[in-house]
Design a protein around this ligand. Structure first.
Ligand code: HEC
Length: 693
């Protein structure tokens, strides 16, 4: 009774009957910076400081065992769900596959609207390099901001779901895409992009006017061709750290994830990407630090002008980008208050930086790392070990390109003083024996990071994963729990002494934030790749979780990803919301599904063709269908597809784009012989011993 009355009032408020509408939250800097957000979750990392810490404390370590499903919503048109939902005044907003935005009434559990930016249609040639997932949206003064994979930034009216403005943020000729969430501050929307593996890429971020979409400023993270003149003295300064003709390969440094607004200093901090290509021998053959690759750069929020930078991996050559989240925290170090920034990039060091000056305070390894011995606190530079740069052509290095921490968010709990980091333990074999640095040329719209790329599937247990609680002041691990596989989701922490995290095995788990004790687990029947959030409405606290296996590991992880049984299209995607004493039941989930490779004895495999096919595959198909045809769930496993045995059907799909609308791109840059070679490669792989259970 009570519930339906509230629902009716909420519905009236949404349809615009002013008389009964409750006060609306004006989402601006003040609201985004407030710890108390009135039960809402207003920004990607909740507050601008991006701590993912909620002061809500009805659900606690003492009662979390009573958490049950309150309601759920199936999402039949979505595939990968990696986004952080926002909750504003009783409405949840989130983006699913291909940037489709959903608005859901959290009281009635009904969809209010869906906005489809038609990303695949807009993508053109870039469809061949774009995945379906995105990590989130932004909200500012009655508008939702979504950045599309094909590179647009769009303002949507939060009440109606109607488009207000749309701008192109990338040149369609460039092999770039967007997978990250925009950030908002001072009536501006900030967005970067990703790429660097598919052709020459020069990183940048752009700020747009939130009301009109007009460009306010742009900052390039690496210098362009000196012959064209530098944009300003910052670019000229950065150019001194490069050698050779880096601009031909773009240089890299794309800003595809971490961006944080600091209201106290009116600055934005951007985390910059790896080199384009990864291999420094090709990008900047005479060495150099290559600014501003793999750095945190502080920019003036109003003008985009450079303030300071700290580079985590000078002269990067391993894909050790610094795109991971940037968390602001006020710490007390040696008895003195410090305006700190916490950053745990791929390279495996946990950095505490004084954000007023950009000076490094401390840096320690938070996982298995052997590319460097330590970071010298005087110079702020790592001491690299000999061989780590695969000087002789090949070297096994810890970590590999997935890093010790990837984009799944860490969270910081000011009560415990700990940071909760989803971390990975996995080495990488870096080699350029076959790629031949001297002869290498940057391709376009083909995967080629300038190192010999894996053209074979690895073992399912190649990597391991842990949830680690890290003390940023002592720079020391306080507790850790082992996690399944390698690809586990971002974390949430609360005043109720809780840490919550979804896992690769489809379980949402709650831990005691101080001790790491497992307090509650809910199997949701599909790998989880999005971080949970919490909100309060009508006096009750909820936990919301998007369930939909997604992210680069699910596309390129091979058996490491396939081992969990989340084959393409096998399990429905959904939003699940929990509350204390929740009694709802979830619609049933089908069980795990594993590909059964077709043996096709009538097909004769020619070894030379199969070998040629493996190269075509790794440049054009493996980024979605898995490194050697073992798919991790983001696309069908082609070893098991009858289409590969039917030349005509295969041509219709690959050359004519028969499945384009479903995310299987049309390829104009490969020919019939290449595709025939792919068929031989796939048959060869199908007949190898199947590594997945
Ligand atoms: C950007 C991601 C992506 C890339 C790159 C990609 N695919 Fe696909 N592919 C998909 C998706 C997603 C589907 C499933 C579409 C659907 O739901 O029908 C698919 C489906 C297919 C199918 C149909 C399989 C079946 O049994 O229905 C074939 C064949 C195929 N892809 C071949 C290729 C080949 C060959 C390449 C490389 C030249 C390639 N794909 C590259 C994403 C991709």
């Amino acid at each position: 009774m009570k519930h339906s009355l509230q629902a009716a009032v909420a519905a009236l408020a949404i349809t615009g009957f002013g008389a009964v509408a409750t006060a609306e939250t004006v989402v601006d800097d003040k609201a985004l910076n407030a710890l108390d957000q009135g039960g809402n979750w207003l920004g990607y990392g909740r507050t601008s400081a991006e701590q993912r810490y909620s002061p809500l404390d009805q659900i606690t370590a003492a009662n979390v065992a009573k958490l049950g499903v309150a309601w759920s919503l199936d999402l039949p048109t979505d595939r990968s769900l990696t986004a952080t939902p926002l909750v504003v005044d009783g409405v949840m907003y989130f983006n699913g596959s291909y940037n489709v935005v959903h608005a859901v009434d959290v009281r009635t559990h009904q969809k209010l609207w869906t906005y489809d930016p038609k990303s695949i249609e807009h993508a053109g040639d870039r469809a061949t390099i774009m995945w379906d997932w995105n990590r989130g949206i932004a909200f500012w003064k009655g508008h939702v901001y979504v950045a599309t994979v094909d590179g647009r930034l769009i303002s949507v009216d939060a009440k109606t779901g109607k488009e207000v403005w749309s701008v192109e943020t990338i040149d369609p000729k460039n092999p770039l895409f967007i997978s990250g969430a925009p950030r908002v501050f001072r009536d501006k929307v900030l967005i970067g992009n990703g790429g660097t593996e598919w052709g020459p890429a020069r990183g940048y971020v752009t700020a747009y006017d939130a009301a009109t979409g007009k460009q306010a400023w742009r900052f390039y993270t690496v210098p362009g061709n000196p012959a064209d003149g530098f944009e300003d003295e910052t670019q000229a300064m950065a150019a001194k750290t490069w050698t050779g003709e880096w601009w031909k390969h773009g240089g890299g440094g794309t800003v595809w994830h971490g961006m944080t607004y600091d209201a106290e200093f009116n600055r934005v901090y951007i985390g910059t990407g790896n080199g384009s290509p990864w291999n420094q021998k090709m990008r900047s053959p005479g060495g150099g630090d290559n600014l501003f690759l793999c750095s945190v750069v502080a920019l003036d929020a109003d003008t985009g002008k450079y303030v300071w930078h700290y580079q985590t991996t000078p002269g990067e050559t391993w894909d050790y980008n610094s795109n991971m989240d940037i968390v602001l925290a006020d710490l007390k170090i040696d008895g003195k208050p410090v305006k700190a920034m916490l950053h745990a990039p791929k390279n495996g060091f946990f950095y505490v930086i004084d954000r007023s000056t950009g000076k490094l305070i401390s840096a320690e390894k938070f996982g298995k790392v052997d590319w460097a011995e330590y970071v010298d606190l005087k110079t702020g530079r790592p001491l690299e070990r000999k061989g780590a740069r695969y000087e002789d052509g090949e070297e096994l290095v810890w970590p590999g390109p997935f890093g010790v921490h990837n984009w799944p968010a860490m969270s910081f709990n000011p009560d415990t003083g700990l940071v909760y980091i989803p971390s990975i333990e996995m080495a990488g074999m870096f080699s350029d024996k076959y790629t031949k640095p001297k002869a290498w040329e940057s391709p376009t719209f083909k995967f080629d990071p300038g190192v010999d790329f894996l053209r074979e599937d690895g073992p399912a247990d190649w990597g391991a994963s842990f949830l680690r609680a890290w003390d940023p002041i002592k720079q020391k691990k306080i507790w850790e729990v082992p996690l399944p596989g390698v690809w586990n989701a971002g974390t949430l922490t609360t005043r109720g002494n809780l840490v919550m995290q979804g896992r690769a095995d489809g379980v949402l788990a709650a831990y005691a934030a101080d001790s790491g004790k497992v307090l509650w687990e809910a199997p949701l029947g599909l790998g989880i790749s999005a971080p949970p959030i919490t909100y309060e409405v009508d006096g009750k606290q909820y936990i919301a979780q998007l369930v939909g296996w997604g992210g680069s590991m699910t596309a390129t992880g091979g058996s490491m990803a396939a081992q969990h049984g989340w084959a393409y299209g096998a399990q429905p995607r959904r939003l699940v919301v929990f509350a204390l004493d929740g009694k709802a039941t979830l619609p049933p989930m089908p069980g795990k599904a594993f590909a059964k490779p077709l043996q096709a004895p009538e097909f004769t495999v020619y070894p030379e063709l199969a070998e040629r096919g493996s190269h075509v595959w790794s440049q054009s198909c493996g980024m979605c269908h898995g490194p050697a045809g073992t798919a991790g769930g983001n696309a069908p496993d082609l070893r098991a597809s009858p289409v590969l045995l039917d030349e005509k059907a295969l041509h219709a799909i690959v050359f004519d784009g028969a499945l384009k609308a479903r995310g299987m791109p049309q390829f104009k840059n490969i020919n019939k012989d290449d595709l025939e070679a792919v068929r031989h490669f796939i048959r060869r792989e199908a007949r190898k011993q199947n590594l997945t259970p």
